[in-house]
Design a protein around this ligand. Structure first.
Ligand SMILES: *Cc1c(COP(=O)(O)O)cnc(C)c1O
Length: 430
């Protein structure tokens, strides 16, 4: 049982937080509640739950006990007050932007982001007039210079996909605070085992659980965490959060739920209205994955460092982007924010350009050519023709995904075997 009066340490929370033996049967493992509906005690209770006068389960699109266990666990690991699980990391980013912004609003975005986030931001700009203002670089000053009066948030990644750059979260959080804006951090590549953005000033944290949290590459999922730290009422605007909601009898969320108004707005708008809830089966698999997260992240980081060090000195390699090696760009932020290591995703550029990059991927035998990251198995992809293909060439270079570049996600195999596979693939490159 979890004892809320005595906070446990991280590895213990990864195993126990948010779930306890099933009171109905004693089952030790979190049961999978495969049910769409939940029987109401009375017509009054049904009406109260529908009107958000009371909380309780009604229909699994909005909440489900297995999914709720995952939400409590991720919230505990991130140090958040509440979390909302959704069907994918992509829908987590979507729901955060849709809950915070209305047409005509803008937000500052990091210039280096996951390709899917960049694509989503451009589409939301074109179709719904939610306007990203991309910072010119990665320093806090760059983020500050991009702020305009219409801006309602700042969005960045803790560790950038795919280059592995570690963002100066405290610097960017200080900018956000100075301008009264909430800071949204996509923490997918770090996982809470390496970075807990809320401790560095983030107000909202999002995850693709398809990566390190699930860990085995079995299920797609996402989570949104609400730190409960941002004063929405004082900031004003944010009409979905500050209400009132006429269809819920004039509900004003910050009055009814003062601790977690953002999470409640996300659930009512994002899950009840828009609908991308997470399947209980996927929540169960993700919960199981999280139990080994701290152990896995140690090995991911150690293996990535060994592989990156081998690649950096290889005669056919122009550069690697892993900031966990001495003398690399971004080394200082990596040391400051990720003492265990900056994760296991980075890019490597081949001297032979695109033909060499493609031949290298084709020559890999143990490392799989596939588009996920953060799995137990090691993976490689050519971002310029896949994940980041929609970027203009100048932006590809800035994001470290030029044609000569391969993204690696280093898994948990023996490092010697990974290095041997990579060495034989490089031998076959002209
Ligand atoms: C993969 C990824 C996403 C999208 O997550 P899906 O689960 O694939 O929808 C969002 N952000 C980052 C940083 C990612 O790596």
């Amino acid at each position: 049982m979890t004892d809320s009066t005595r906070p446990h340490r991280f590895a213990t929370q990864a195993i126990h937080a948010g779930a306890s033996p099933d009171p109905a049967t004693g089952a030790r493992v979190q049961p999978i509640y495969f049910t769409n509906g939940f029987v109401f005690d009375s017509t009054e209770q049904a009406a109260d739950i529908f009107a958000v006068r009371k909380t309780g389960y009604s229909y699994s699109r909005g909440s489900n006990p297995t999914v709720a266990a995952l939400e409590r666990r991720v919230a505990a690991l991130e140090g958040a007050k509440a979390a909302i699980a959704v069907a994918s990391g992509q829908s987590a980013v979507l729901l955060v932007l849709m809950t915070l912004l209305r047409s005509g609003d803008a937000y500052v975005a990091s210039p280096r982001l996951f390709g899917g986030s960049l694509g989503l931001m451009r589409r939301l700009d074109g179709r719904y007039d939610l306007r990203p203002r991309f910072a010119k670089g990665m320093t806090p000053e760059d983020f500050e210079a991009a702020i305009t009066p219409e801006c309602r948030a700042i969005v960045c990644e803790s560790i950038v996909n795919p280059c592995g750059y570690v963002t100066d979260l405290e610097g960017v959080a200080a900018v956000a605070r100075r301008h009264g804006l909430p800071l949204v951090v996509d923490n997918t590549l770090a996982s809470p085992a390496l970075i807990r953005p809320i401790e560095h000033g983030a107000d909202i944290v999002v995850h693709s659980t398809s990566k390190f949290l699930g860990g085995s590459g079995q299920t797609i999922g996402g989570v949104i965490c609400d730190a409960g730290s941002f004063d929405w009422v004082k900031a004003g605007g944010y009409d979905l959060i500050n209400g009132p909601w006429p269809d819920y009898d004039g509900l004003v969320i910050p009055e009814r739920f003062p601790e977690t108004p953002f999470a409640v707005a996300c659930r009512l708008f994002g899950l009840r209205d828009l609908g991308p809830g997470l399947s209980p089966m996927n929540a169960f698999l993700t919960l199981t994955g999280i139990e080994t997260l701290p152990l896995r992240m140690e090995r991911h980081c150690a293996n990535a460092k060994a592989v990156a060090a081998f690649l950096k000195d290889h005669p056919k390699v122009a550069w690697v982007s892993y900031p966990g090696l001495p003398g690399q760009t971004g080394e200082e932020n990596a040391r400051r924010y990720t003492p265990q290591g900056p994760g296991s995703i980075f890019t490597v550029a081949l001297k032979g350009g695109e033909p060499a990059a493609l031949a290298f991927i084709a020559g890999l035998e143990l490392v799989s050519h596939l588009v996920n990251i953060g799995e137990i198995k090691s993976l490689a992809i050519h971002p310029a023709t896949t994940t980041h293909r929609q970027l203009p060439d100048s932006e590809k270079a800035a994001a470290f995904v030029g044609p000569e570049t391969v993204r690696l996600s280093i898994g948990l195999e023996n490092a010697e075997d990974l290095i041997a596979d990579i060495a034989q693939a490089l031998d076959r490159v002209d």
